[in-house]
Design a protein around this ligand. Sequence first.
Ligand code: GDP
Length: 137
Amino acid sequence: MERTLSIIKPDAVQKSVIGKIVDRFESNGLRIAAMKKVKLSAEDAANFYAVHKERPFFKDLVEYMTSGPVVVMVLEGENAVAKNRELMGATDPKEAEPGTIRADFAESIEANAVHGSDSLENAEKEIRFFFAEREIL
Ligand code: GDP
């Protein structure tokens, strides 16, 4: 059993596809162990994406992630980290496999509908960034 962090990003929240995205997880064996809607501050977004701070798109990424509310979730299930990444599809929706969340709902390489932790180690850090243990059920 693993836990991973998922974020429904501002473009997908704005398009009212929260329910459709959550259904992809629940229909594929990932349980919603925690969930909340939040508006990130610039400081939140910069801290969350600190690994990307030297990348040319960092400023745009922070602006985009603070452009509207996001929905943050802890997903739980067997191989949750890899399964979530598989359901999400490639970072660039043009390269995402048909039927993946990004192929179906993303706008662009930046506004790409969802975030998912890329390793078990990062999942633990990212979950702790957003949730207290008592909020994960
Ligand atoms: P992920 O793990 O698939 O989300 O991809 P990365 O960790 O490489 O990038 C983090 C996020 O930064 C992506 O999900 C995009 O929102 C954004 N991003 C990645 N590459 C680019 C890029 O080349 N240009 C822009 N504008 N944003 C990008």
